[in-house]
Design a protein around this ligand. Structure first.
Ligand SMILES: Nc1ncnc2c1ncn2[C@@H]1O[C@H](COP(=O)(O)OP(=O)(O)OP(=O)(O)O)[C@@H](O)[C@H]1O
Ligand SMILES: Cc1ncsc1CCO
Ligand SMILES: [Mg+2]
Length: 266
């Protein structure tokens, strides 16, 4: 599997898929830059009047509910319906799930459109699966990713989505197996929107790789390894942002193979 993950990174670089993003105001710039650095081609587009054209020309869709409002919610639901009907892949980032009734109602509507992939932190995945006792603290997780494993499996069973829980360990739950990626760096949680960037990268990988579990594993491995190598060369969160973009862009096969820590079960 390790060898194929590197091939998927190469495929994104070679094919440069066009990825539509309906995302939040905080991360619009970071995620577009992360997609470009990884070799993909982003377009941030949420206008109702152009959703049908976007669904036609883009190879995948990223929906991120970070800064939700009614105009945007309608765009998200319409866009998800369009790509679902066209059989194109899409990924949902349930930012702040459980923080408000509005977010939860919107997520219910979006989940009905069967996302190919759902990626969130542990608190968000537990809130999404309605696991009681989850202390949600806005957009940052209060739990470790393994605490959300049952919740991830429940979402996978209910909607068929590959589910990724990010954190110190990134867990990817699919039909046949569960993948654990132990890359990354604690400093990554001190830069806003790196989870959103991870989700956007997933959008690029599901556009060009048919096996969603492998696509998500490749995206999370790329993000974790690039973040880890960038963080060890950074004085703090500010330089990490810059170094991370550089590493997404120039990561080599030798660095990838020497840094990847991955296991799977099932
Ligand atoms: N303690 C940690 N150790 C190693 N890697 C981490 C750690 N915390 C986060 N990461 C990495 O940072 C990236 C973002 O994941 P995180 O779980 O922080 O997303 P998030 O909470 O959704 O972030 P945001 O909402 O700000 O976008 C992932 O690639 C993850 O592996
Ligand atoms: C800080 C923040 N608030 C809403 S979205 C967002 C970006 C990280 O999820
Ligand atoms: Mg997040």
């Amino acid at each position: 599997m390790e060898k194929r993950l590197w091939e998927h990174i190469q495929t994104v670089r070679q094919q440069s898929p066009l990825v539509q993003n309906i995302t939040n105001f905080v991360v619009m710039n970071n995620t577009a830059n992360a997609l470009l650095a990884a070799g993909a081609s982003p377009i941030m587009a949420h206008g109702h009047a152009e959703l049908a054209d976007m669904a036609r020309i883009c190879r995948s869709l990223v929906i991120n509910i970070g800064t939700l409002d009614n105009y945007w919610t309608e765009a998200m639901v319409q866009a998800a319906s369009l790509v679902q009907r066209m059989g194109k892949p899409w990924v949902l980032d349930p930012v702040g799930a459980g923080a408000s009734a509005y977010r939860d109602a919107t997520l219910d509507e979006l989940l009905k459109r069967k996302p190919t992939v759902v990626r969130g932190n542990a608190s968000e995945i537990m809130a999404l699966a309605n696991v009681g006792g989850t202390a949600t603290k806005g957009v940052d997780s209060t739990a470790a990713s393994n605490q959300a494993l049952d919740a991830a499996k429940r979402i996978h069973r209910q909607y068929g989505s590959v589910v990724c829980v990010s954190g110190e360990v990134d867990i990817v739950v699919g039909e046949k197996k569960t993948v654990y990626i132990r890359n990354g760096h604690p400093l990554m949680a001190k830069v806003t929107g790196l989870g959103c960037s991870a989700t956007a990268l997933i959008g690029a990988f599901i556009a060009v790789v048919d096996d969603a579990l492998e696509a998500v594993s490749a995206a999370m491995a790329l993000m974790g390894i690039s973040g880890e190598l960038a963080a060890t060369a950074s004085a703090g969160p500010g330089t990490l942002q810059l170094n991370l973009l550089d590493k997404l862009y120039n990561l080599t096969e030798a660095e990838f193979a020497a840094t990847l820590r991955i296991t799977d079960e099932g």
